[in-house]
Design a binder for this molecule. Structure first.
Ligand SMILES: NC(=O)c1ccc[n+]([C@@H]2O[C@H](COP(=O)([O-])OP(=O)(O)OC[C@H]3O[C@@H](n4cnc5c(N)ncnc54)[C@H](OP(=O)(O)O)[C@@H]3O)[C@@H](O)[C@H]2O)c1
Length: 256
């Protein structure tokens, strides 16, 4: 399968921390030396990345649709060679449905994790399909989670948002087969990052998470190999038990 060793220009959302930032550093070291555009909201982090030689762009994936559309137009005007979009930005919140639920917080989590993934896909796709029609291989890379397959009840809405992105990725793969747009889903296990800072669980989870230096080479190898579902670490047993073969059934259903 074609992989990102063919990429000329890679944009990563949520590249100011954790998985996104570590992938940015790994991807620019690939033999094809792609240009990497690191995006996120925190300007101080973007400035550090710019100092390190990355292209940077301030992008809040929770912005309204018109803003996101304009942003994508601006990015494509500035980087016409953009052929790889890694949709990585995400947040995680805990909800206990035996207690009062902050529905604003809940809707925001779904908006960042799911809606923004679908909206940005919609705005980037015409460009990627056009490159595909000219014979270029292009890549859309949603980052889901092992919790997309087996939910963690402490983070029920997060798990549902990732299950939604996973389901969307399966449908996209079926629809885009043969167009030159390759959908490569990354399915991380619990990984070292800042994701759990908001709920104060980082210290406890740091005892069992996969270090970034272990995670990133596996994920990068999957991207280079063009693996449609890059299942890492503990996500593998969940994948084998509940998901294996589903993508082939979805593809058949679309063809039928
Ligand atoms: N770490 C894990 O255990 C784990 C496991 C499975 C899946 N994942 C997924 O991996 C992805 C990366 O998370 P991470 O673990 O690396 O967490 P992280 O260290 O907290 O990084 C999250 C990134 O998302 C960005 N972000 C958050 N809200 C944003 C917004 N509204 N607009 C734009 N960017 C936004 C943050 O940048 P700014 O704050 O600068 O905007 C940051 O760069 C997420 O989709 C997460 O769900 C993580």
């Amino acid at each position: 399968m074609p992989g990102i060793e063919l990429s000329k220009c890679v944009l990563i959302t949520g590249a100011t921390a954790g998985i996104g930032r570590a992938l940015a550093y790994a991807i620019r070291q690939l033999p094809n030396k792609p240009q990497v555009i690191a995006t996120g909201r925190r300007q101080d982090r973007l400035d550090e990345l710019a100092k390190d030689g990355f292209e940077t762009y301030k992008l809040d994936v929770g912005a309204d649709r018109a803003t996101l559309q304009k942003t994508v137009e601006e990015l494509l005007a500035r980087y016409p060679d953009l052929d790889t979009v890694i949709l990585n930005a995400g947040v995680q919140r805990e909800f206990d449905f035996r207690k009062e639920i902050d529905l604003d917080k809940l809707e925001y989590e779904m908006k960042i994790n799911y809606n923004s993934t679908v909206i940005l896909t919609t705005y980037f796709l015409p460009h990627l399909l056009k490159l595909g029609s000219l014979g270029r291989q292009t890549f859309l890379v949603p980052v889901t989670s092992g919790l997309a397959i087996l939910p963690a009840p402490r983070v029920p809405n997060y798990s549902a948002s990732k299950a939604a992105v996973h389901s969307f990725a399966l449908s996209l793969q079926a629809q885009l087969a043969g167009t030159g747009v390759n959908v490569l889903e990354i399915i991380p296990p619990l990984v070292e990052s800042e994701l759990h800072d908001a709920e104060g669980t980082t210290e406890a989870l740091s005892k069992i998470w996969m270090p970034l230096e272990e995670f990133v080479p596996i994920a990068t190898r999957g991207l280079v190999a063009g693996t449609p579902h890059i299942v890492v670490g503990r996500s593998e047993s969940m994948w084998d038990k509940f998901e294996k073969g589903k993508d082939e059934i979805v593809a058949q259903l679309f063809k039928a």
